[in-house]
Design a protein around this ligand. Sequence first.
Ligand code: HEC
Ligand code: HEC
Length: 641
Amino acid sequence: MKFSPKSLIAVSAINLAISFAQMTLANAEETYPQSQGWTQVEMRQWYGLSQGSRLAPLHWLKALKAENGTPFFTRANLEKFGYLYFPNQTSELPVGFVLDITTGNPYPWLGLNCSACHTSQLKTDKAEVWVHGGQTMADFQGFVTAVVNGLSTVGSDPAAFAEFSISVLGAQASADEQAKLKNELREWLAFRGPITKSGADSHWGRGRADAVGVILATTAMVVADPHIAPAAREPLPASNAPVSYPFVWNANQQARLQHNGVVDNGTNLGLFKVVKIGALIRNWTEALGVFADVKLDGDANKVNSSIRLDNLLLLEQALADLQSPVWPTAFGALDTKRQARGQAVFKANCGGCHGLLDHADTKTNLPLLSQPSKQDPNDPRGFIYLQPVFDKTSRPSAFLKTHQPSPDFIGTDPSMACNALLHQVPSGRFEGQVNVAGIVPSFADRKFSDRAVTTDLLRVLMQRDVLANRTRSLMSIGENQIAAAGGVITRYAYGVVESFTGQDVGQDPLAPLRAQLQFCAAMADAARARAPDSPLPVYKARPLNGIWATAPYLHNGSVPTLYDLLLPQKQRPKSFGYYDGLMDTQKGGLRDASQNPKAFIFRTYDAQGYVIPGNWNGGHEYGTTLSRAQKRDLVEYLKGL
Ligand code: HEC
Ligand code: HEC
């Protein structure tokens, strides 16, 4: 071993503390970053705690070469993927890149914690602001693919392996040690390779990731039958529904989590600070998707995982205190007259679905609203609303008439909500096992057959790990609470159904969307025939405080500014350059970076003119018929939320 893990962790913790101290001193005026209600301790937890994420051993990453032969793991290279460094930061690891060191683990692994994905750096030509809990503009897919490709080269090219081995093990390593390294590398590639490949047909780009796709693909890999060689396995369903990273302030207050509202936040755990069981379960599944090391033991009954439930609790407690950021004066003063007029426009056009919440309110619960029209838009208490993706009576044709505003269905890209419901894979090592961790009586007779809805497999995996976790017993988190939270994930899936063949692939530009939608609608019908309360796919409308800081908009990040969202689909930008957080402060959102050769060009349509599923920028046609002046007033109001 060439370094001491202890000294490394100490150094990075100290660096983090120093950089916060410097930031606070140097930028007292503009509170940089704004504390958003956090104490220094909470900030350090958010940016420093490991959730048990283990992408790869740190010394592997340090030994890795980029395609051009230069070292891969350098600040300059990681910045190319859009990962951030705080001003004055001396640590070599970007924001949110955290070492995972535990007893029994021979060397530190590098992983990501929440802050790698949920932090934004926003800029104008004159000022720069950091937002805790905002959205990264990093290229997660590009970064992970580069690591997988780099390690594949090491695995297949003897010269590259020799060099890698010297760097990792030292020049004196024995043949046995080298063989062991090779084996570890092979295992790593066999696991990470297929997950990464599941997204290969879809370009997620900057600021987007198919988090749910990756979580479900990882679940499939954990339960996969080891007797079937990886190459002989059925390919994983495509992870082709990249989403924009949501802001995470007020998450703890919402009755449902995720863009598609699939996680019930559930009941409070009764700890020192408010943490809800659903949040903990959500974080567990997120940690699984973000490189936690999760394995089934010999008879697949026990789960061995690196997931740090203790730290997930601390991270969630910090999150529960996070306020939404306020528009920085350095970005230009807001026009109060416009805001006052915009408020009236908001109440008349938006308030029925988007509840209001004061920016400093981290306590009020936001319940689930069943009918948007029933809510008094003057009621200051917030709520969330889950809106169907398509209309249950006239789909899918109604969906495609999205130029007509409809209060009934949202009409935005269906990929994310549909993929999550329809993902199914071989049950692998869970085949024949009871589809429940011994908790939910109504499920007790159900056994996994050869195929399963992946969310079912995920729930059982999660329940087995959390139930056996020491932190859980210390915190006396009830079995029923875990069962209830996990049960909702499952109730949202449609069950294993025959595949649908009647796809209508026409010549019109929306043909791919139509085919996908018909498939999803047919599945929904089949599910409803079996269980009438099966949900339609939905997306969540939240209170919009802090929305100014979280472009691009809609769950799939297909609309770059608030102003563009108020245009009918045909007038919204069809392509747009996403690079970093350089803002268009007038329109409220991102400035087009197409001119920058390093930018990711987001496109709604492919070169043949067909819509790219996952990238549809239509739907949510609310406020589109307002006058230009009213739209500008509304944007000014939204910036001040
Ligand atoms: C690799 C990037 C990544 C990491 C790391 C990550 N998240 Fe997320 N998070 C996402 C994405 C993407 C979504 C959207 C998923 C969806 O609903 O499709 C999300 C969704 C969420 C949501 C739901 C928000 C809402 O409006 O419903 C919360 C809350 C959240 N994350 C909190 C956390 C916490 C806490 C951590 C650390 C314990 C964390 N995230 C780590 C990428 C990440
Ligand atoms: C009938 C319900 C409804 C109405 C009315 C409505 N919205 Fe929405 N809104 C939603 C839903 C549902 C979503 C999530 C859609 C998605 O992400 O695909 C959303 C998303 C958004 C987003 C994107 C949030 C993000 O994190 O990217 C913004 C901004 C927004 N709405 C603003 C408005 C404004 C401004 C109005 C009024 C002109 C309005 N909405 C009217 C239901 C509604």
